[in-house]
Ligand binder design. Structure first.
Ligand code: SER
Length: 425
């Protein structure tokens, strides 16, 4: 099942249940605490907090929200499921249905047959987790849905209590996982192996408000929200990975064409060497994220959002070169990803020229930087090794930055590839 159909089925399922379809918000919302929208519920925050009334006739909504998360950028391509841009399909209840409704709705979409509009997943392969103390959710899974007790596991706050990471709405959650089979890892459910058991849907029972704090479990609950709400997030890319029967999210219909294009440009082959595969996946993932960020108005720069975009684009260029591509490659990657994404985001069509120009200009500038800095880096690395050390001196890293425009993370990445550390202190 193609990604656009996975999206359509989700929306249709919840519209049939009376939800109002809401278009994705921009990746950039006016929230000083958030660099990018990173969850489907972000645009709905004032409704959860009771600051505004939800303008939806039944008090329920559904959306496919564009999301960017760049915290684990280093994981891209190494694991099977980390995308920096992804589409979060969600259904939201503002004081209407609660745990039982959310669980039933999710189960029916996942397990209804394809003929009946569902995803047709085998119920025997589905597992869930619930928050340690949440007997109510565990009971619904067992008694109302009929899920065997051994496939209902309990986890603590770090895994099964969701908040935006900042003060705001929060609550216990229940996550739904799909067992990909023994070839993907150890038996024993998601508490044992979250690669084999892939998380596909998070159901958040949004009923509390959190205060300041750090991490996923180190914050205070300051009180109850005015109403009990539902916020869910289904990873569209992960469902695509399962329904398209491919190994990882980078090989799904929207991203695989970029890998194919990178093969042609570089002469390298995907699926032969892990190191190269990671590069191919970085190119596919980052091309899409970069394109979607430019679409929403970000331009490359030296700080904040602009720097994240710059870093993504530069990682594409370096990955392509490490695979063996010569010269400029960006326009091919951008054209390819714009082709695959336009059916779901028709506004790309009106912005093609602008997106292309922004990305290609950044490439031209970076290629000049690389040209001047790379030989200096290599000389420095060689002399470090010749002296029997594995540590690039701080002064050398600084010259690369100051004179040649190498950002420190580029030096760190190149040093790591050469088996060296950098004296950052
Ligand atoms: N807000 C939750 C999440 O991001 C569910 O949508 O996982």
């Amino acid at each position: 099942m193609q990604t656009h159909e996975i999206r359509d089925r989700f929306i249709q399922h919840f519209v049939n249940e009376g939800h109002t379809e809401v278009p994705s918000a921009s990746l950039i919302l006016d929230d000083p605490n958030l660099l990018f929208v990173n969850a489907g519920m972000v645009p709905f925050k004032p409704y959860f907090l009771g600051q505004q009334n939800p303008p939806f006739p039944n008090g329920t909504a559904t959306s496919i929200q564009k999301c960017v998360r760049t915290l684990d950028i280093e994981e891209v391509g190494i694991t099977t499921r980390h995308n920096t841009f992804f589409q979060m399909a969600g259904n939201f209840s503002f004081g209407q249905y609660f745990k039982e409704g959310a669980i039933k709705n999710a189960w029916s979409l996942l397990t209804s047959s394809v003929e009946d509009g569902g995803y047709g997943l085998d119920p025997e392969r589905l597992w869930v987790t619930v928050y340690l103390e949440d007997d109510e959710a565990a009971d619904i899974w067992e008694k109302n849905i009929g899920l065997p007790a051994e496939r209902i596991q309990r986890l603590g706050m770090a895994d099964n209590y969701w908040s935006m990471g900042i003060p705001g709405p929060c609550g216990p959650s229940s996550e739904i996982y799909y067992d990909r089979g023994p070839e993907y890892g150890k038996e024993g459910g998601p508490v044992v192996d979250d690669s084999r058991y892939m998380e596909i849907w998070n159901l958040v029972f949004m009923e509390k408000e959190r205060g300041e704090g750090t991490g996923k479990d180190n914050f205070e609950i300051v009180g109850d929200l005015p109403k009990k709400n539902i916020d869910t997030g289904l990873g569209v890319e992960r469902v695509a990975c399962l329904l398209q029967d491919v190994d990882n999210v980078y090989e799904t219909d929207l991203l695989r064409p970029v890998i194919d294009a990178a093969e042609k440009l570089s002469g390298a082959t995907y699926g032969k060497k892990h190191e190269d595969d990671v590069r191919f996946r970085v190119i596919a993932d980052h091309s899409r994220t970069g394109m979607m960020l430019i679409l929403d108005g970000v331009t490359p720069g030296n700080e904040g959002r602009g720097y994240i975009l710059r870093r993504l684009l530069r990682r594409i260029i370096r990955s392509a070169r490490l695979l063996g591509a010569q010269g400029e490659t960006m326009s091919v990657f951008m054209d390819t990803i714009m082709d695959t994404m336009t059916p779901s985001y028709p506004e790309i069509a009106d912005n093609r020229e602008r997106i292309l120009k922004t990305a290609v200009n950044e490439e031209k500038a970076f290629l000049r930087t690389l040209e001047s800095g790379t030989s200096l880096f290599e000389e420095a690395a060689a002399s470090v090794k010749a002296s029997g050390s594995t540590m690039l001196a701080g002064a050398q890293a600084f010259t690369l930055h100051d004179t040649y425009g190498f950002p420190i993370d580029l030096t760190l990445e190149m040093a790591a590839e050469a088996g060296l550390d950098v004296d950052q202190e």
